[in-house]
Design a protein around this ligand. Structure first.
Ligand code: FES
Length: 106
């Protein structure tokens, strides 16, 4: 599935991901700026925060409990569609997914 990462400057990075990869791992593998994935996808660092575009929010769904807590504590600008990229597994159903990447997270 294809994933589009949009920076706050409006730059789009289109990545061809493998099914089963996550929004975080596909970004890190392709060097998408702004997605760090410091904890390696263990739902504990919040450096993989993204805002899912509204059109996809229903298909992506909301965060789990642990992720929800981490979003509360660990990200600067939590919004209604905030998710941790490592907790979104990509499937063909999510082909064309568009996410906005926060300005800086390290
Ligand atoms: Fe650390 Fe997602 S990579 S929480």
């Amino acid at each position: 599935p294809k994933v589009v990462y949009v920076s706050t400057m409006g730059d789009e990075r289109v990545v061809e991901a493998a099914a089963g990869e996550t929004v975080m791992s596909a970004a890190v593998r392709n060097g998408v700026p702004g997605i760090i994935g410091e904890c390696g996808g263990n739902n504990s660092c919040a450096t993989c925060h993204v805002w899912v575009r509204d059109d996809f929010a229903g298909r992506v769904g909301g965060p789990g409990d642990l992720e929800d807590d981490l979003l509360d504590l660990g990200v600067e600008d939590r919004r209604a569609t905030s998710r941790l990229g490592c907790q979104i597994e990509l499937t063909d159903d999510l082909d064309g997914l568009v996410v906005d990447v926060p300005p800086a997270q390290a």
